[in-house]
Design a protein around this ligand. Structure first.
Ligand code: ZN
Length: 429
């Protein structure tokens, strides 16, 4: 485990400073680094492509950006912190008085140390973000030189995709977003954790298949759905991985159908691990679950998180850094995801092969001496479990629901289902 935490830490520090946005070389660079962990395929969707009601924007890249005071001193420098520049700022080089410049400055008075995170994806303007403390370095009657060396060109939007083929072609979707620059909980923690989650899933053959994607939020998810519509429409449920590395409490955001098995399985995982957790009911505010749950797809996307977005003071600021987020916390979240997915992977729907009860003795499943089946004999429980299990193998009831009905865990039912499947009594559908 320590090895895994060390590796997570290594990638956090490497990927944190890269300038990411909804497009640009920083996203490609991030995906290339993640390829060291898992064999992601990097795909490019061209600027100008229509994806449902949206158009993939021009590709944005930045070489440099700064503000100098009248003495020629750089008082805001993108190279020191990429959050200083509003994401998607258009190029500009000008001199202007503070009263004009102020309209382009963003700050958080109530969090004076923090540089806020701002974007201007769909409005052609420019802006800088500064801490409230640094705003005090500006003076009303001073002229400032502003320089943004950015480019907006016909390029592409980059995404990372890993398809893990299981025994069944039925897929679960796992999606995380790569568009945030130097902020650790939202969402570098989600990006790195998802890569390590994929690495673990690749270690053994899974029952189900997993579609794991790294996309810029909103436009990336929409572009991915538009370019993979047939596959996405077949998916029933999955996860949006975000904010998994904070110091606070675990929580989970329910998918839109609160009774869906993915929500019940997550709750069971928390309970089995004696973790206190906050339940966040589904809400259209949040992340890409809104896209995947929209009427065209209706995928039940849930999120297990630790210091969820919106909920912590440092959210969308430079204080959401690697002092706030620790690899060990990300690893704790990874363990919860893996346990939950281990249950999901067993959540098979079986159908009995016989219209009536299977002759268990023929399959070596019924104790030969009937007289041994006395109350209190542990074999009764096993036999009853098999009989009840077969009773529910109707081709409609999933393993998790059966485990709830029988007040048992999905793991113990899984060993029964394996045996029954091997002997041809049931078949997974
Ligand atoms: Zn965010």
């Amino acid at each position: 485990m320590q090895d895994c935490i060390t590796q997570i830490d290594h990638y956090l520090y490497r990927i944190f400073p890269i300038t990411r946005s909804i497009t640009g070389w920083g996203n490609r660079e991030t995906l290339r680094i993640l390829q060291e962990i898992v064999p992601l395929e990097i795909k490019e969707y061209s600027s100008g492509q229509h994806v449902y009601d949206w158009v993939i924007p021009k590709e944005w890249n930045v070489k440099d950006a700064w503000i100098k005071n009248s003495k020629g001193e750089k008082i805001v420098d993108f190279k020191k912190n990429n959050l200083h520049l509003v994401s998607y700022s258009v190029p500009v080089h000008t001199k202007l008085m503070f009263s004009e410049l102020k309209k382009h400055l963003h700050y958080r008075e109530e969090l004076p140390e923090a540089i806020p995170y701002r974007t201007t994806y769909y409005e052609e303007t420019w802006g800088f973000c500064v801490s409230y403390n640094d705003l005090m370095l500006f003076h009303e009657n001073e002229e400032y030189e502003v320089h943004v060396d950015s480019s907006l060109t016909n390029g592409s939007l980059s995404i990372g995709e890993l398809l893990i083929q299981g025994k069944s072609s039925k897929e679960y979707l796992i999606s995380t977003y790569i568009c945030h620059p130097s902020m650790a909980n939202d969402n570098l923690s989600g990006v790195v954790m998802t890569a390590f989650l994929a690495k673990e899933l690749l270690k053994k053959k899974q029952n189900f298949s997993y579609r794991i994607i790294f996309v810029p939020e909103t436009i990336g998810a929409i572009a991915y759905c538009a370019n993979n519509e047939k596959a996405i429409k077949k998916i029933d449920c999955g996860f949006v991985v975000t904010t998994v590395g904070g110091p606070g409490q675990f929580g989970y955001k329910q998918s839109f159908d609160k009774d869906h098995f993915i929500n019940r399985i997550i709750e069971q995982t928390f309970k089995e691990n004696n973790k206190d957790y906050i339940t966040y009911p589904f809400d259209i505010h949040g992340s890409d679950e809104r896209q995947y749950s929209s009427p065209g797809f209706r995928i039940n996307m849930a999120t297990i998180c630790k210091d969820r977005y919106y909920e912590y003071d440092y959210y969308h600021t430079s204080l959401d850094d690697l002092n706030f987020v620790k690899a060990a916390k990300i690893n704790d979240s990874l363990m919860l995801y893996l346990e939950t997915i281990s249950k999901l992977d067993k959540n098979i729907i079986y159908k009995t092969q016989y219209s009536c009860e299977a002759m268990l003795s023929k399959h070596g499943l019924y104790p030969k001496a009937g007289g041994s089946l006395l109350p209190g004999n542990p074999k009764i429980n096993d036999l009853e479990k098999i009989l009840w299990f077969l009773f529910y193998c109707d081709g409609k009831t999933d393993m998790f629901e059966i485990s709830e009905k029988l007040n048992t865990d999905i793991e113990s039912l899984y060993s029964i289902s394996h045996e029954l499947e091997d002997k041809g009594v049931i078949v997974g559908i």
